[in-house]
Design a protein around this ligand. Structure first.
Ligand code: PLP
Length: 421
């Protein structure tokens, strides 16, 4: 039996209808933007392995730092104890985040980083004797798959089986020139009940790479601050260069109260989550009353090996060569967008930083379950390219180290697909 056959006997995969899905591709090795399967076939990782990989696979520098850490300290309990990599990572990250971010809370992944942020906000009010339990989020949002993170995500086919159990969230439209005034008044009318406003900055990833302007987000954050509503900037996807700047928050002036990170944080090497907050939020939990403690933690909180991967990834991220690569991809995407935007099968092309998304004309409504999705997915897989269309929306978000040749190959296959599918 090969690996795929052994897998099929016993493994239940994420986001996969196990009855109808095609067998998983067994990947045995990765290098740069490339992955190799058990038969030696090569694939270009056009989606950075679910958006986590930023410096390429099996990066030797990250591997070396992780190996060194493993022989020093693999893990230690993080309540009552600390260790050098967690402290250094927190220091170095705070130094490059908006300057109101003062405290770092570690967890395990993007969803847990969101859970922590939500709990911080709810208990922030609770600790002050106020009942504010409603949350504000964007329609179509995605913040993760655990229950709290799912609750602040848009109601969809993904949440349908759980909808009646999800807490109350007010969903608003993405802001634009036309609706910004009415969105603000909506916030004002709800403010005494609102614990927080959570958003994906500039790009709604899972929702279909939907993009909106920083200027209006800035106005909403500013309005929330004036109205006393806490803001959570979910940078799980956008953090570490995806939007063309180190963080999406660098595109706006207003500083959020809380920020969440994961995905690119360790360069895509391993799971680690991080929630940062202001001194003001932290201080509301300081008390002689034990009940005001933030009672949250995971067995592997601030795992030293994960922190060492994050530190190594940060070294690579701050290398000027990375910023040059981001610029290079941004420019290549923009040129490709010019080439395809008038194609009759392309409804729209959207660009932000290293992300390009193209909506295909289907004659039907845009949907995750559009059948075109499977045809496109297999078309590119056969061509040795990993793209995972969100319904009829094809997007490319490569590791920053992808070569021009590989990037151009993806573009040319998309143009070919436009002719053939
Ligand atoms: C992926 C994602 C999450 C969830 O992160 P996981 O590590 O998959 O739990 C949260 N927010 C955004 C914006 C994401 O893209």
């Amino acid at each position: 039996m090969n690996l795929t056959e052994r897998d099929l006997k016993i493994i239940w995969h994420p986001y996969t209808q196990m009855k109808t899905a095609s067998p998983p591709v067994a990947i045995v090795r990765g290098e740069g933007a490339l992955l190799f399967d058990e038969n030696g076939k090569k694939y270009i990782d056009g989606v950075s392995s679910w958006w986590v990989n930023i410096h390429g696979h099996s990066h030797p520098y990250i591997a070396q730092k992780v190996a060194e850490q493993l022989t020093k300290l693999e893990h230690v309990i993080f309540a009552g104890f600390t260790h050098p990599t967690a402290v250094e990572l927190a220091e170095r990250l705070l130094a490059i985040l908006p300057d109101n971010q003062q405290k770092v809370f570690y967890s395990d992944n993007g969803s847990t980083a969101i859970e922590v942020a939500i709990k911080m906000c709810l208990q922030y009010w609770n600790n002050q004797g106020q009942t504010r339990t409603k949350m504000l989020a964007f329609k179509n949002a995605y913040h993760g798959d655990t229950f709290g993170a799912m609750a602040v995500s848009g109601r969809s086919a993904f949440t349908a089986a759980f909808d009646s159990l999800l807490f109350e969230v007010e969903f608003i439209d993405l802001p634009n020139a036309e609706n910004i005034v009415s969105l603000k008044s909506q916030i004002s009318s709800l403010k005494s009940q609102l614990a927080c406003f959570i958003f994906e900055p500039l790009v709604q990833g899972s929702g279909g790479m939907i993009m909106y302007e920083a200027q209006y987000l800035n106005e909403l954050i500013s309005h929330c601050r004036n109205e006393g509503v806490l803001t959570i900037d979910d940078e799980v996807f956008t953090g570490f260069g995806r939007t063309g700047k180190p963080f999406a928050a660098n595109h706006f002036n207003e500083q959020p109260d809380i920020m969440c990170f994961s995905k690119g944080l360790t360069g895509g090497t391993m799971a680690l989550g991080l929630t940062t907050c202001t001194q003001q939020i932290f201080d509301v939990f300081l008390s002689d009353d034990k009940l005001k403690t933030l009672f949250h933690g995971h067995s592997f909180t601030a795992n030293p090996v994960a922190c060492s991967a994050a530190l190594a990834s940060l070294d690579l991220f701050l290398d000027p060569a990375t910023a040059e690569n981001i610029e290079r991809i941004k420019n290549a995407h923009a040129q490709f967008a010019e080439r395809v935007k008038h194609h009759p099968k392309i409804k729209t092309v959207r660009l932000t930083g290293t992300i390009i998304a193209m909506e295909w004309e289907t004659g039907d409504n845009t949907s995750y379950f559009n059948s075109l999705r499977d045809r496109l997915y297999h078309y590119f897989l056969n061509a040795g390219i990993i793209l995972r269309p969100l319904g009829n929306i094809i997007y490319i978000l490569p590791p920053y180290c992808i070569t021009d040749a590989d990037l151009n190959y993806i573009y040319s296959k998309i143009e070919q697909a436009l002719g053939e599918i």
